[in-house]
Write a protein that binds this ligand. Sequence first.
Ligand SMILES: *[C@@H]1O[C@H](CO)[C@@H](O)[C@H](O)[C@H]1NC(C)=O
Ligand SMILES: *[C@@H]1O[C@H](CO)[C@@H](O)[C@H](O)[C@H]1NC(C)=O
Ligand SMILES: *[C@@H]1O[C@H](CO)[C@@H](O)[C@H](O)[C@H]1NC(C)=O
Ligand SMILES: *[C@@H]1O[C@H](CO)[C@@H](O)[C@H](O)[C@H]1NC(C)=O
Length: 276
Amino acid sequence: METSYYVVVLCVTSLFFVLVLPNGFCIADRNLQRGSECSAADHSVMEAEFETNLGSLLDSLASNVVGHHGFYQASVGKKNNKVYGEVLCRGDISANNCSNCISESVKFASHNCPKSREVLVWFTWCFLRYSNESFFGVMESTAAAITNDTDLEDPSLVSEGLDVMSSLVVSAPEQPYMFQTLMMMALNRSRYGMVQCTRDISRTDCLACLKTQVTNFRNVIGNKRRWEIYGHNCFMWYNDYQFYSDVTPLLSDARRTSCVGILAIVVTVVSFLLVL
Ligand SMILES: *[C@@H]1O[C@H](CO)[C@@H](O)[C@H](O)[C@H]1NC(C)=O
Ligand SMILES: *[C@@H]1O[C@H](CO)[C@@H](O)[C@H](O)[C@H]1NC(C)=O
Ligand SMILES: *[C@@H]1O[C@H](CO)[C@@H](O)[C@H](O)[C@H]1NC(C)=O
Ligand SMILES: *[C@@H]1O[C@H](CO)[C@@H](O)[C@H](O)[C@H]1NC(C)=O
């Protein structure tokens, strides 16, 4: 009897934390527009058919991304008017925020690059890319880093932070969704890292993409307390507080009933024993 009691308490306690922690104690991070690339406006060639195809592509990406664990690719049309697109949501954001972020990206693209055939839009929580040329499965290490020049790292922590980020670079490509977060102690201070790759590239390419970013931006990010790198195929975030959520609703199979399930089993077993 006593054991069962503890199981119930443990279960109720963890249920409480699962539900409360992500919104309560974590400092929320905001979804900001982080950059964009648009090919030169193509007034002459931009045909009605291409625009129609682009419209249905964007609809398809927006309506399928949540059901496909936050990553979706599709193409619409034929020959000169074919358009390829993909969307990726950060692994730790909710389904609603993923959808909202994709809508914002689509709005941003149609407002800022209405006549471009190739467009990339980065927000903190999601990434949108489309082009009249196929890019599926092709790793490109093109990227940009965002830092705040006033956020300088304690010099004694610089190499510690980079070392642990490098270990994340090695292990994230091996994760099922090529997404991983890590809290690390650098001396006695906590640092938080997160990396993600688009899921059309191989694990080997994901590793190469992340390694290239760390190498290329080493001098820019090395002495910063916070930084972000946004690329075509891989992404990195580093900060001195927990900016991400510990739950990954998009990546899990919506099986949040485990605790309730255990509780039900415990209740059943206890009442069974009482009857006996
Ligand atoms: C894509 O569009 C650009 C112009 O924006 C054009 O130069 C290029 O040839 C097009 N590619 C294909 C495969 O149609
Ligand atoms: C997601 O969206 C809700 C509102 O719909 C907001 O309260 C929350 O902070 C957002 N953040 C994350 C990380 O999902
Ligand atoms: C950089 O950090 C300083 C101090 O925290 C802040 O006031 C400033 O707004 C930041 N700049 C940017 C571009 O985020
Ligand atoms: C721990 O960090 C504090 C500042 O946050 C510092 O004053 C202290 O010396 C550090 N202790 C050790 C053992 O590094």
